[in-house]
Design a protein around this ligand. Structure first.
Ligand SMILES: [Zn+2]
Ligand SMILES: [Zn+2]
Length: 412
């Protein structure tokens, strides 16, 4: 549809009918025909129609639909509110949304019922766009529909702004160099995080976590309000994570800063962690990276210190490991996690199983397996819930004393 169509008898007839019944500003008149013509505003459309009908323009403040919402002063008032309210926030793109009084929306519907809504757009859409253009002009920030840094909801009923700050995501890898630290922050089950005697008034079950060691430092620099750690799988609390580290995406919630030097942050995290963990912050990421990291469970290489209840001859151990080398195992959910996970049978492949060091009652072995293999149970047998297993193959009960993940098979 072209501009000329605005002056077609059909359109002018609709416009004549509507303007006889309602006092509409040019914005609200033009908006009924928003899909006709390009490169112009609804105000321009309204103006063309008015002229074609030889009608006087209705002052914006007298418009019975928008009640002056689209006047320059009013839009400027909202733009200034937005600039004022976002002063402390670093952002590069934004999207404006709005809420209108139901009376306005009902009147809009009533008018469109009479005029037809074939060419129309909603009052919200025009308001969001016109205000967005103005804010963009005043601030130099970009209007953006997909994943803006800020979503600003203007509630025109109460002149209230709701500012939604998009999270910042950082992709990296962490190593956990000591045992006894969980990956994520565990709130104290007795007080739910408030702090009580049981948790030493910390609010958390453990003194710290990989998440807190990374996130708390990041929070300061990004001036955020919270953090989440999305990691590619997790090691047991008593296992270390060594080698090339485990991929993760750190999410900073409601950050007031978005462009922090990652090298400086990395240095700060590592200094503060004091040997507990070590991170490499590789790049800024998006929510897609969170989904990606959560949907893959790559192969991993483990090193385990295994203890035997009785002396095991070296040849027996080598033979047992050879049997596991290339084997497919069946694992029922381990007894130790059964209270929080469903009882499932999973099949996992052991790509490599080899002896690193032999000490009679103890040995160090290395295993390269599918992601999600329970290594402790592969060694112990877990009361027959994992088959085959090292204990059965040896005829001697074996248990993992220490476990390290030494490689996560994943390319950054
Ligand atoms: Zn109006
Ligand atoms: Zn507590």
């Amino acid at each position: 549809m072209f501009v000329e169509d605005l002056r077609s008898p059909k359109i002018l007839e609709i416009a004549r009918r509507i303007t006889q019944e309602y006092k509409l500003c040019n914005h609200c008149l033009g908006r009924i025909f928003a899909r006709i013509g390009h490169g112009m505003t609804n105000y321009d459309r309204g103006k063309i129609i008015r002229e074609a009908l030889s009608q006087e323009e209705v002052p914006i403040k007298d418009c019975e639909l928008c009640n002056g919402m689209f006047s320059e002063e009013n839009l400027m008032r909202y733009a200034k509110m937005i600039i004022e309210k976002t002063q402390e926030i670093e952002f590069y793109s934004f999207l404006i949304g709005s809420r209108f009084d139901s009376e306005v929306l009902m009147k809009e519907e009533e008018i469109l019922n009479k005029a037809g809504s074939m060419y129309a757009e909603s009052i919200k859409m025009e308001f969001n766009r016109e205000l967005g253009k103005l804010v963009s002009k005043l601030t130099g920030k970009k209007g953006k529909v997909k994943r803006p840094d800020l979503t600003i909801i203007v509630d025109t009923r109460f002149d209230y702004l709701e500012i939604i700050i998009a999270p910042v995501y950082i992709y990296g890898r962490y190593k956990k160099l000591v045992r006894g630290i969980p990956q994520s922050k565990w709130l104290c089950p007795y007080c739910g995080g408030v702090g009580c005697e049981k948790c030493n008034y910390r609010g958390t079950l453990y003194e710290t976590s990989v998440q807190e060691l990374i996130g708390d430092v990041a929070l300061e620099l990004f001036k955020g309000e919270g953090h989440r750690l999305h990691a590619m799988g997790r090691e047991d609390i008593d296992a270390r994570m060594l080698g090339n580290g485990r991929p993760f995406v750190l999410e900073i919630i409601r950050p007031k800063r978005r462009s922090v030097d990652l090298k400086a942050l990395e240095k700060k995290i590592n200094a503060r962690a004091n040997g507990k963990i070590e991170v490499r912050l590789i790049k800024y990421a998006t929510y897609d990276d969170v989904l990606r990291i959560k949907s893959y469970n790559p192969r991993k290489r483990y090193r385990a210190v295994v203890v035997f209840e009785k002396f095991v001859p070296e040849e027996d151990l080598i033979k047992a490991l050879e049997t596991l080398n290339g084997a497919e195992i069946k694992q029922w959910t381990p007894l130790r996690v059964l209270h929080r996970r469903g009882n499932l049978l999973r099949r996992r492949k052991i790509y490599e199983a080899r002896l690193i060091e032999y000490k009679g009652h103890e040995a160090i072995i290395e295993l390269y397996t599918d992601g999600g293999t329970y290594i402790k149970e592969l060694v112990s047998g877990d009361m027959g819930r994992t088959t085959p297993n090292l204990s059965d193959l040896l005829g001697v009960q074996a248990n993992v004393k220490e476990l390290d993940v030494i490689e996560v098979d994943w390319r950054d």
